[in-house]
Design a protein around this ligand. Structure first.
Ligand SMILES: Cc1cc2nc3c(=O)[nH]c(=O)nc-3n(C[C@H](O)[C@H](O)[C@H](O)COP(=O)(O)O)c2cc1C
Length: 378
């Protein structure tokens, strides 16, 4: 049976074990999207035991930032800071992947000329105008993803992950809830995947076949008319054919429509509700493993050892990503691998972290008031 401590390779990227730090937006960058000392320390602490670190969403365009201090990869000026981050992660023995993202209409209101790019004008925030993209906008954004991937490679990242989940821009195209277009980018699952496939194709043209490319998508969207597992699999197969090396299987776990002044808007989150059991997403990632040869990453309350071991051990996933629990206790990965799960300082699932970044503030954790490990140090 596969163990969490077993090594794994993704298109030549060697991982010393099966644990992954998934992308976790800290909102610790500068207002210009540059890496800070807080970011270096946050990642250094969480790189020492896992096989793979997927660095938080970095915006491919300044107008596509998720938070006011989210990381950026839209400019060559950001490359030296990103290189320092790669060195910090690799010095601890983990492989480093950068998540590249465009927030679309989930972008920050009111800064840097944000204009709320969307497939079809569905809004996510009453303060951000949701504007349907023209074909030229889509093409330009596809190029921005490829340029961002080239910057990530130049900075020394071992690979990139395209953020195609959580109803950010690429995911808005994939989702039947947010994509109502009647052109080549809308309609059936194949058409809705067109933008994502074009991004992968353009990245492959820019970086060749040997650079690891991961793709995060919603395996399911728990809302009326949301993306189904079947549609997500259709997209994933097209993406794999275009050159994606691993599928990072996430979801919209909770969401709702709200209304203000007669306008409706959508909000959603990838985190499982408190009453969902650890590893509740296992059947989702298993569906990808059963239908495809492409490696798959599972996520969702896997920070308790048993569920991560079970998921990987039974072949439901190749890798287990542990998010909030590694925020709460940066040593949780080592404690899991070394068989000391009882020593883990438990995440309370209070979502203070998400609530803070939702308000544009640097992330906090209710059980860890020293996320960078710098308290008391000069
Ligand atoms: C504070 C916070 C920030 C997050 N930022 C990102 C992000 O930048 N990109 C992304 O794909 N997912 C992001 N996520 C989702 C996580 O990667 C992960 O899928 C989610 O927390 C579920 O895993 P968990 O139950 O182990 O926490 C974030 C989650 C939290 C709590």
């Amino acid at each position: 049976m596969t163990k969490l401590s077993d090594a794994f390779d993704i298109n030549g990227m060697h991982l010393r074990n099966r644990l992954v730090l998934p992308a976790l937006t800290t909102n610790f960058a500068t207002t210009e999207g540059a890496v800070t000392g807080d970011i270096l320390d946050f990642y250094r602490l969480r790189s020492k035991d896992v096989g793979l670190v997927i660095v938080e969403a970095a915006a491919v365009k300044q107008s596509g930032r998720i938070t006011p201090r989210s990381m950026g990869v839209w400019s060559d000026d950001q490359v030296p800071g990103l290189s320092a981050l790669v060195r910090a992660i690799k010095a601890e023995g983990a492989a480093a992947v950068l998540q590249i993202a465009h927030a679309g209409a989930q972008s920050v209101p009111g800064i840097h000329g944000q204009w709320g790019a969307t497939p079809s004008g569905i809004a996510f925030n009453p303060d951000v105008d949701a504007v349907p993209m023209k074909t030229a906008d889509i093409r330009q954004t596809v190029s921005a993803f490829a340029e961002a991937a080239a910057r990530a490679a130049a900075a020394g990242f071992d690979g990139i992950e395209i953020h195609g989940a959580h109803w950010y821009l690429v995911s808005q195209f994939l989702s039947p809830v947010t994509n109502k277009r009647d052109d080549a980018y809308g309609g059936n699952a194949r058409n809705r995947a067109r933008m994502a496939v074009e991004i992968v194709t353009e990245i492959r043209k820019t970086l060749g076949k040997t650079y690891p490319v991961l793709f995060r998508l919603n395996a399911v969207e728990k809302i009326n008319g949301g993306q189904s597992v079947e549609d997500a699999l259709t997209a994933a197969k097209l993406l794999a054919r275009a050159g994606v090396d691993a599928i990072d299987v996430s979801l919209i776990a909770q969401c709702k429509w709200s209304g203000i002044d007669g306008h409706s808007y959508l909000t959603g989150t990838s985190v499982l509700p408190m009453d969902a059991p650890a590893g509740a997403n296992a059947p989702l990632v298993a569906a990808f493993k059963a239908a495809m040869d492409t490696p798959a990453i599972g996520v969702g309350k896997l920070g308790d050892n048993a569920s991560a071991s079970h998921m990987v051990g039974t072949g439901q996933a190749d890798l287990a990503a542990i998010g909030r629990q590694l925020m709460a206790d940066p040593d949780a990965g080592g404690k899991i691998i070394n068989g000391q799960p009882d020593d883990i300082i438990r995440c309370k699932e209070c979502l203070a972290c998400m609530e803070r970044i939702g308000r544009g503030k640097p992330v906090i954790c209710a059980v860890n008031d020293d996320l960078t490990g710098r308290a008391g140090k000069p």
